[in-house]
Design a protein around this ligand. Structure first.
Ligand SMILES: [Zn+2]
Length: 137
């Protein structure tokens, strides 16, 4: 069962696939079948750019099941460039260097493993935007 669910979620987990309303152009992640803004059901698939900015973060020390091997880890809310706010893990950055408004981009990383024989799940995390780091003296 877990493997089947993991397989079904691959597209949205690895490519940030959502939807865009053809009527009012609002974006959604995860995708929706009806727009909550204008009630349109004309929703088109949308591949997000993967870029955004950090809104808030926290360091997680007590992890849920299957995430224990990543403790401590940085979790937060990221506002995607297209507008949706998503909960995500942050990576490749020291927690003391993260601040609200920091530009980030999606990267694919190992999220969890289901025991010793279960699937290893890869999904999106967010890392500091490389072009922003290169511009910093
Ligand atoms: Zn709409």
């Amino acid at each position: 069962m877990q493997i089947a669910r993991t397989w079904r979620q691959q597209a949205s987990n690895l490519r940030l696939s959502g939807t865009q309303c053809a009527s009012c152009h609002a974006h959604f992640f995860p995708g929706r079948i009806r727009c909550p803004h204008c009630a349109s059901t004309d929703m088109q698939p949308h591949a997000f750019s993967g870029q955004g900015e950090v809104l808030v973060t926290t360091v997680v020390h007590e992890a849920p099941r299957n995430f224990e091997e990543q403790v401590p880890y940085l979790a937060g809310l990221v506002r995607l460039a297209e507008g949706p706010v998503i909960a995500a893990l942050l990576t490749d950055v020291d927690p003391k260097d993260v601040a609200p408004g920091m530009p980030v981009e999606m990267v694919t990383r190992r999220i969890k493993s289901d025991g010793t024989s279960g699937p290893i799940v890869y999904a999106y995390k967010f890392a500091p935007l490389i072009s922003e780091l290169q511009d910093t003296p």
